[in-house]
Design a protein around this ligand. Structure first.
Ligand code: GTP
Ligand code: GTP
Ligand code: MG
Ligand code: MG
Lengths: 278, 289
């Protein structure tokens, strides 16, 4: 193989370990390294770079793009649906998103569609307040789809720019809960054929290979358009986004970097990849 | 199916007296792939593979089962052993005995506090829950609501976890309750200030039991976070949550390996009844897929 002389077993193992320990996954890691080895001498640009540097280029190429969320605000309201497994950071991210848009001069309203978990609505009310957003809610135990229906019409009437929908955490293996999400989506579709304009999977950076199953499951039930990776202020590097991007073509819209309302940043591939390979 | 994979893999072992080194090393390479795909952290996988290799190389080929089946048995038994012996009970000291629940953000501590309180009451205990998370919006409300659902009292409302514990201790003594489950705020293990708060809380409370709650779908980071928590605190047990999903649960091996502490319970759902005692053989089967 061309360029194989530039690779020794130790170098291969070192890169393999970095990628696997970043949760890129065994198979994707082997595929990435195979691609690198096969193209080692093949192009002029790559010729003078170390395998590690070429890996950085390849990961940047994979993860880059205009991101999941060109927040076009081309509809009023612009509807963003947040979904994901239990405890990933959805409710917190609702507040951060509202605050992010507020700083851009856009007012948000929030739909409290987690009507199941203890104190979910109370928690959301605090976060919406931090994001200067109005909350549309019903009683604990109400039908989440009914809350969403209500919220949309309320925002249509009152004129906020963005409607952010918080949903209950759910595991993708639970058929009935996935169906509940599909119903929320159908309700939005009927109110506005283009809604939800963004459906983002909120993914904990510590998630392992199950993250791929989550993305596939939520793609089916909620037609997710992208990801928000949370808790990147920890040591986990969120490498599962690489197989997700490769297999499902889902880009990353934002990253969460802490528990404060301004701990949200738009995705930057270079920064993300540098952290993956650190 | 692990047995099928290994049948294909070690078909040529039949008729040989001993599992040869080459055969074993090929097989464990496959096991390493399976473990990594099941989210076992690299260091834990390496340690496990080394142990399996040693054990397998020392074995005579049995004639009653195929070499593939024999290899699978070695791996399965060794994994169940690694994951820990039979379920260890919760530790108690003098009443009211405190139990501390700690861990990263969102892993399931608050829900597990309520689940464990219910479990202990079913075992004849008189639990109190202390809402020791003063940071997260509506954290105390969350625990209070769960307490009301279960008919288990909750103390809350002070400005610090230590003050809430003191209030709870007084309440428990007055009411004749014999254990206090202390919920704490989620935190990142590299946040020095928050880890310091936790070690001060533990130093004050002196709990016979401190449980590290770990999300069952955690990937490679499991070793790092568990190691950091057990370096700063005296961890006495582990709880793996959200195992009602389809995550393989390799994090269980990682945290067991790095802390050496027993896995005491697993969380298998969002309801307060969804707490089970830990069975290493079941989890071994799940991890091996
Ligand atoms: N350190 C850190 N913590 C975060 C981040 N995002 C969310 N959290 C924390 O993660 C925990 C769970 O957050 P929630 O917003 O309740 O998560 P959720 O997905 O709404 O949870 P459920 O509704 O119960 O499924 C809380 O302690 C949050 O403060 C982040 O980017 N960094
Ligand atoms: N499916 C499932 N969900 C669980 C399990 N344990 C907890 N949860 C859910 O996970 C989410 C987070 O649970 P919490 O109890 O709020 O987690 P926490 O560790 O207290 O979160 P912080 O206090 O913010 O760090 C909630 O939606 C719970 O209902 C479990 O075993 N299975
Ligand atoms: Mg929530
Ligand atoms: Mg909590």
């Amino acid at each position: 193989l061309l360029g194989l002389s530039r690779w020794d077993a130790a170098e291969y193992e070192q890169l393999e370990e970095i990628l696997i320990s970043a949760d890129i996954g065994y198979d994707t890691t082997q595929q990435l390294l195979k691609t690198l080895m096969e193209t080692a001498g093949a192009n002029e640009i790559g010729a003078n770079l170390s395998p590690g540097e070429r890996l950085r280029l390849e990961l940047n190429r994979l993860l880059d793009g205009d991101g999941a969320s060109p927040h076009r605000f081309s509809a009023a309201p612009w509807v963003i649906l947040l979904v994901g497994v239990n405890g990933s950071g959805k409710t917190t991210t609702v507040g951060k998103l509202a605050y992010y848009f507020f700083q851009q001069g856009k007012r948000s309203a929030v739909a409290a569609a987690d009507t199941f978990r203890a104190a979910a609505i109370e928690q959301l009310e605090v976060w919406a307040g931090r994001g200067r957003a109005r909350v549309i809610r019903q009683a604990q135990g109400a039908d989440p789809a009914a809350v969403v229906f209500d919220a949309y019409n309320s925002v249509k009437a009152r004129g906020e720019d963005v409607l952010i929908v918080d949903t209950a955490g759910r595991l993708q293996a639970k058929q009935n809960l996935m169906e509940e999400l599909a119903k929320i989506r159908r309700v939005l579709n009927r109110l506005d054929a283009s809604a939800p304009h963004e459906a983002l999977l909120v993914l904990d950076a510590t998630t392992g290979q199950n993250g791929l199953s989550q993305a596939a499951g939520f793609l089916r039930s909620a037609s997710i358009t992208g990801l928000i990776v949370t808790k990147l202020d920890g040591t986990a590097r969120g490498g599962i986004v690489v197989p997700i991007r490769r297999q499902l073509e889902l880009p990353i819209a934002f990253i969460g970097l802490g528990e404060a309302v301004d701990d949200l940043q738009p995705f930057d591939a270079k920064v993300y990849v540098d952290a993956l390979l650190a | 199916e692990l047995t099928e994979k290994f049948e294909r893999f070690v078909r040529n072992l039949k008729g040989q007296g001993k599992l040869s080194e080459a055969n074993v090393r090929d097989t464990v390479r496959e096991v390493r792939r399976i473990l990594l795909e099941a989210d076992v952290s690299l260091p834990a996988a390496k340690s496990f593979i080394d142990a399996v290799t040693t054990k397998a190389l020392g074995q005579q080929v049995l004639t009653s089962i195929t070499p593939g089946q024999q290899m699978v048995k070695v791996i399965y038994d060794e994994l169940a052993q690694f994951l820990g012996g039979a379920s260890e009970p919760v530790r108690f000291g003098k009443s009211p005995s405190p139990i501390l629940l700690v861990g990263l953000n969102g892993v399931g501590k608050t829900t597990t506090t309520a689940k464990l309180a219910l479990y202990l009451r079913k075992k004849g205990r008189k639990p109190l829950m202390a809402a020791g998370d003063v940071r997260r919006p509506a954290a105390a409300e969350q625990l209070e609501i769960l307490g009301k659902q279960l008919g288990i009292p909750v103390v809350r409302g002070e400005s610090s976890p230590i003050k809430i514990f003191e209030k709870g201790y007084e309440f428990a003594r007055r009411e004749g309750l014999d254990c206090i489950l202390v919920d704490t705020a989620g935190r990142q293990h590299i946040d020095d200030e928050l880890m310091q708060e936790l070690s001060e809380l533990q130093a004050f409370v002196k709990p016979p039991e401190t449980l590290l709650v770990v999300d069952g779908m955690t990937g490679q980071d499991a070793v790092k976070s568990a190691q950091a928590f057990s370096a700063r605190l005296e961890i006495t047990g582990l709880i793996l949550t959200k195992l009602d999903g389809d995550a393989r649960g390799g994090a269980a091996l990682s945290v067991r390996y790095i802390t050496g502490k027993p896995i005491k319970f697993i969380g298998v759902g969002e309801k307060t009844a969804d707490l089970e005692a830990f069975h290493p053989d079941r989890l071994a089967g799940r991890i091996l897929g």
